[in-house]
Write a protein of this length. Structure first.
Length: 220
């Protein structure tokens, strides 16, 4: 009796067949979103990269302590955007010399252009208004969907950063970062943070990394 001949399909042939099928159907193949340790590792790399960029931006203006807006914009909490995606939001402010606000705006613009970004500068309010402010904005460039720097006439300066969306479940990532702990229950960030403070990602339950006493800097 003759045995049936079994053809052997090589991995390269399989890949070619898949590409041919995709070309005919117009479908695309999306890799599954990372989960578990892979999700944490990728999110950590994204976080450190975007926070390093923002810290460098802050440092061009002042390395003193910047006020943290509130818990929701500390910068480490993952925010849900589209389904199975997350992003990070950050908000920092500081009081500087209002007479130098044009120079500060020039510095911010130069920083963005030096990083191959295209900032947009605008002035809101009339010259006689105390609340008049200069805005320097970057949208949908690099790791960011929005980078906004506002400089008021009185010297109040604010930086808001909203990252692009990355693949991964926001709730799972939050559990991996905070292990069920809440920042407002023993892990509340100190009121101010210098852009030269060491960066860290995630917390250890029972060992808060945000320290008010005796040092104002977080423990890495």
């Amino acid at each position: 009796m003759r045995q049936a001949h079994r053809s052997r399909v090589t991995p390269a042939a399989k890949a070619l067949a898949l590409l041919s099928a995709l070309a005919l159907t117009g479908c695309t193949v999306n890799e599954p979103a990372p989960s578990g340790q892979a999700l944490f590792d990728e999110a950590e790399a994204n976080y450190l990269r975007y926070r390093g960029f923002v810290n460098d931006l802050q440092s061009t203006l002042s390395t003193d302590g910047w006020t943290i807006g509130q818990i929701g914009v500390y910068g480490m909490q993952p925010v849900e955007c589209d389904a199975n995606q997350y992003r990070f939001d950050l908000n920092r402010s500081i009081a500087l010399d209002g007479t130098q606000r044009e120079e500060f705006a020039d510095t911010v613009e130069s920083f963005f252009t030096d990083h191959d970004m295209s900032p947009r500068r605008s002035v809101l309010g009339g010259d006689d208004q105390e609340g008049q402010l200069i805005q320097v904005t970057v949208r949908d460039q690099g790791d960011f969907s929005l980078l906004l720097v506002e400089i008021r006439r009185d010297g109040q300066l604010r930086i808001a950063a909203e990252t692009t969306c990355w693949p991964g479940d926001r709730d799972e990532l939050s559990r991996l970062i905070f292990h069920g702990e809440r920042l407002g229950e023993g892990y509340l960030p100190i009121d101010t943070e210098s852009p030269t403070d060491p960066l860290f990602f995630g917390i250890t339950p029972g060992d808060p990394q945000f320290v008010r006493e005796p040092s104002p800097a977080p423990t890495p």
